[in-house]
Design a protein around this ligand. Sequence first.
Ligand SMILES: Nc1ncnc2c1ncn2[C@@H]1O[C@H](COP(=O)(O)OP(=O)(O)OP(=O)(O)O)[C@@H](O)[C@H]1O
Ligand SMILES: [Mg+2]
Length: 251
Amino acid sequence: MTEAGGSSPLVKLEAVNKHFGALHVLKDIDLSVARGEVVVVIGPSGGGKSTLCRTINRLETIDTGSITFDDQRLPEEGKALAKLRSEVGMVFQSFNLFSHKTIMENVTLGPIKVRGVSRQQAEQRGLELLERVGIASQAAKYPAQLSGGQQQRVAIARALAMDPKMILFDEPTSALDPEMVQEVLDVMIGLARDGMTMLVVTHEMGFARRAANRVVFMADGQIVEQGDPDEFFTTPRTDRARDFLSKILTH
Ligand SMILES: Nc1ncnc2c1ncn2[C@@H]1O[C@H](COP(=O)(O)OP(=O)(O)OP(=O)(O)O)[C@@H](O)[C@H]1O
Ligand SMILES: [Mg+2]
């Protein structure tokens, strides 16, 4: 199924619904992300942004609707699911590095264990990736010896080491001290420029304006509005978005 004028979307959610018990957290979500597109998801706490991200690599199952990735319905288990997880990288707020492994081991573990790459090859590529995120000199250290911003850049290098088709970012800078936010955003802006497909939950408007093709505003489990970043931030169309933006702009 190809769309008019180009290739099919990399990810397509159609009429996706998800409950946690009685709580309806995703309500009829329709969302496509094109190959090479950068989509920022923004919205109030509890609106379902993290859950949305997690459904795409099947860390959460859905109740109804369908999700396709690279033209295939998401696999439910087994090797196909492992393959999906290796193709969809994820970077979390809380870095999630292996604390008892060095930076280089963190970056090479996936390729060696999951992809069957030789240690030597994995380390060579690991070094290139650590250079790309500006921390090659830290390769022999352990996560606790690095700043938060450095650890998050390692997490990005680790995701890249699997050669993902897409990376999901869930508030990647919100646990960082303010002076470290930009170094992580700069790496992400670089990835966006290089054509990585990215779904980014963030309230960093500077990033959205510089790197996003589209902003999706989510509240109460629904996509309330979406559009061009500059238009969304300057002239939001819904009261819900206007109200939300006035709150994040004033603190
Ligand atoms: N595993 C779970 N079990 C039960 N309820 C959950 C679970 N995960 C999330 N929820 C609830 O689902 C709703 C959506 O949560 P989600 O984490 O997706 O929101 P969010 O938009 O990412 O919020 P935040 O901005 O605070 O990160 C919330 O009410 C949350 O409490
Ligand atoms: Mg969240």
